[in-house]
Each structure stands twice: as structure tokens, then as C-alpha cells.
Design a protein. Sequence first.
Length: 313
Amino acid sequence: MSEKYKIIIDMDIGDDIDDAIALLAAMKQGFEIVGITTVFQNTLERARMTKKMLKAFGNGYENVPVYAGYGLPHDKEPTVYGHTPHYSADLDDPIYTPDSVEPDEAIDFIINACNTYGKELAIIAIGPFINIARVIEKDPSALNKAAKVAIMGGAYLKQYADWNVMCDVPAADVMFKNLDNLECVGADVTHKMIAEDALYESIVNYKGENRAQCYLRELCALWKTDRPKAKLLLHDPLVVYYIADPSFCTMKKASVAVLTDGFAKGMTLNVDSYAKKWLNEESYVGFDTSRKVLFAADADKAEFDARILKDFS
């Protein structure tokens, strides 16, 4: 096991089911959660869902502050979003009101936490990187004061554009160009984390008294209604377990460039392994190859399956 960091989770709970599993996993691991920020589209509804999960778990987690962060990517015009797929009418109850609905206050919260806790703090970013980029733009030094910024996003061995990067490519570009403590668990690894049937059955048939796990069961039913053919992929929980125990992932270092235009827009290009094979030198002249990030080259699925099944049974 690693040092037990204080954590901030930046997430887009409410579309796929893995964010909710990741949040519940963080509480089951006993992390000290300093706060949670929501990101992408309807962040207020996501914040209300987060409040419900925290209150349901209890044990002090009901006091964790929740901030509705930025919903709009950098390059999008203001818009009104429909309901988040897993939002339910009971979430309109005032008890689930987040601590702030002003996106700038979410950004200030992250900056203040980095300044306060420094290397005791890990940021877990498992949604699009809009809030992360906003923090960098407001205070370029803040996130580098934390022990690490661990993300679910990108792809580093199989080169393609991942969802969390594609949602705001300019934000991802800002993040990769400015962070010295970035640790990346990419979709090319997390796509291997298909949940075993035993875990899915444990979640949907849960009959215990843990109210947070009962809420997860409800969310899983909404997710199946919304995406009946979807596989239960544990993208985001892998990042939480990696922070709890780095031995879950085999990490390597590389220089990574986010491609911001053209047919490969959104790709997190592994410059060291691929750029020099695919591109002329002129294509990456000026790129800072001295900046390296850690990325997951593989994960121990058997150990991960055993651990998460134990936690959710």
C-alpha cells in the first residue's frame, strides 16, 4: 500500500456508472476526501448526485464539500443541457444542495487545497479536464504543489483519441503542457477492466444496509435503462485503486503531446515511442521532450478484480 493521500476528486458522475463506483470505492478505501468538484455539462445535477452518495455513506463523508465546477468546454458557446441521464427527482431536495454552484469557486477551492496541503494531496481527475485547465490558467503553480494529479484519460500505447480528452481538447493540451506531476491511466489500459459477472451481480442484487451501496444499485439500474447493451467498464475505479496502491498498474514515462487539430485531434501522442516513427522531425520541432509524464502501460486485472469484488460484496 502507498502513503494514504488526502484527495480531491474531479468527476462527471451521472452518465456512465464507473464514476459512482469510483466515488464509493474511495470511501471504502478510507481516503480523506478534502472535497469533490464536478465537471462537464450539467455540473449542478452531478453535484447533487455526489451529495446524495456522500450522505448515504455517512461516517463523516456527509460533510465533504461539493462544488459544481465548469460545464462548458473552452471552445463551446453557452448552452442549456438536459437532465443528466442518472438524475432522479428526489435529488431536487434541498438537502442535496452543493456547497457552491459558482464554477470559479470550485477552481478557487482546488487552488486553496493545493496551497494548504501540498504533497499530502493527490488530485484524482476522472472526467474531462475543463476544471483542471481552469486551475492552471488561474494559478499555473498550484497543481504542481500537490503530490500528483492522477487522471483517467488519453491512450499511450494504442494511439487514439479518448473521450475525456475529446470533450475539451484545448483543456487537455493546457494540462499536459503545464503539469510536472501528471500520472495517467489511459483508456488503452482501462478498457481491459471489464467487470466480472460476479461484481455486476453483487452490485445489482445488493441487499445489505449500506445506503450508499443501495444508491449505487439504483444508479446501476438507471445506467442499464439508458445503455442496455453497455459493458460494465471500470475505467475510473482503476485510478482510485491505483492511488490507494500503485502496484495495481505498471507505469512508464514518456513525453506526450496532445494533437489539437487535424484528423487525429484529441490523440495523446506518445512522442518517445511513436512520433519519431510516424512523423518527420519538423512535425514536432519545438516540443519540450524534457517534460515527461507517468502513464500506465498495464494493470493487474486479476488483483484488481479480486480487490473490487471484496470491497463491493
